[in-house]
Design a protein around this ligand. Structure first.
Ligand code: ADP
Ligand code: MG
Length: 255
């Protein structure tokens, strides 16, 4: 069987910055991969390339055996891929429920208006409410998305990602900015999503959180993969620890 997601020799340059260089990662269906690395390592750029928001200068993105390197984001979503953004992007003037209903429409069409018009609204609303309950947002359905505190907005991002019934979810720092209780709750939700059979790629700055939930860690530094394997082995690696000096990994490994 082909991997759920196969990245081969991905490279991209922004002006003078080689943001990614020769990135090769193969992810099997059902894996939970933590993607870590210092600020500016290229994590978000890689997620955006996988999702189709940015085209790489070189390399291939293969989703479930199909080369999608030049396919649109909408096509990739229909093939079971979705992401949450580091900076949350709900439709602030719409209700929480409608944000999820609208996201669900992307399964059929990438045109938001057509998505809304073509919906079986009743059925989709019920389904959206179930998804909201799953991420701990039951009871907020009628609120304006823009009125939610950050912790709840980050959960709404997860609900919107789940709405397309994905096989692979890319989470870009879903715990960032959350307090400890909110972060624990969010990590738990992501764990549940994974136990329901979704392949997860989790970009996260909080190393302890990512170590707790990931079965495999991939480390990016300066646009290159410098570590890939079992979390305990990866954080014990000298190169990885050097890349992290002054941040979480070194202190984690020393404990
Ligand atoms: N659209 C862009 N234009 C110019 N430089 C960019 C752009 N996106 C990312 N970069 C640069 O690419 C590098 C990697 O950034 P990013 O992928 O956001 O890192 P991370 O998510 O690991 O912190 C950084 O040096 C960043 O400044
Ligand atoms: Mg980032």
């Amino acid at each position: 069987m082909s991997p759920a997601l196969d990245l081969d020799d991905i490279a991209i340059r922004f002006g003078g910055v080689q943001a990614l260089d020769g990135v090769k990662i193969s992810i099997e269906a059902g894996e939970f991969v933590g993607l870590i690395g210092p600020n500016g390592a290229g994590k978000t750029t890689l997620i955006r390339i996988i999702a189709g928001a940015v085209n790489p200068d070189r390399g291939r993105v293969v989703l479930g055996g199909r080369d999608v390197t030049s396919a649109s984001t909408a096509f990739r979503v229909r093939r079971g891929l979705t992401l949450t953004h580091q900076i949350v992007r709900p439709f602030r003037e719409m209700t929480v429920l409608d944000n999820v209903v609208l996201a669900a429409g992307y399964r059929r069409t990438s045109n938001p208006l057509r998505a809304l018009l073509s919906l079986d609204r009743r059925g989709e609303s019920e389904r959206a409410a179930v998804i909201l309950a799953r991420v701990g947002l039951g009871g907020t359905e009628g609120k304006l998305a823009g009125s939610l505190p950050l912790g709840q907005m980050k959960r709404l991002e997860v609900a919107r990602a789940l709405a397309v019934d994905p096989q692979v979810i890319l989470f870009d720092e879903p715990l960032a900015g959350l307090n400890q209780a909110e972060a624990a709750r969010q990590a738990e939700t992501i764990g549940e999503v994974h136990s329901n059979g979704v392949t997860v790629v989790l970009v996260e700055h909080n190393l302890e959180a990512v170590m707790r939930v990931s079965r495999r860690l991939v480390v990016l530094n300066d646009g290159r993969v410098i570590g890939d394997g079992a979390p305990s082995a990866v954080v014990a690696d000298r190169l990885v620890r050097e890349a992290y000096i002054g941040t979480g990994a070194a202190t984690y490994a020393e404990r």
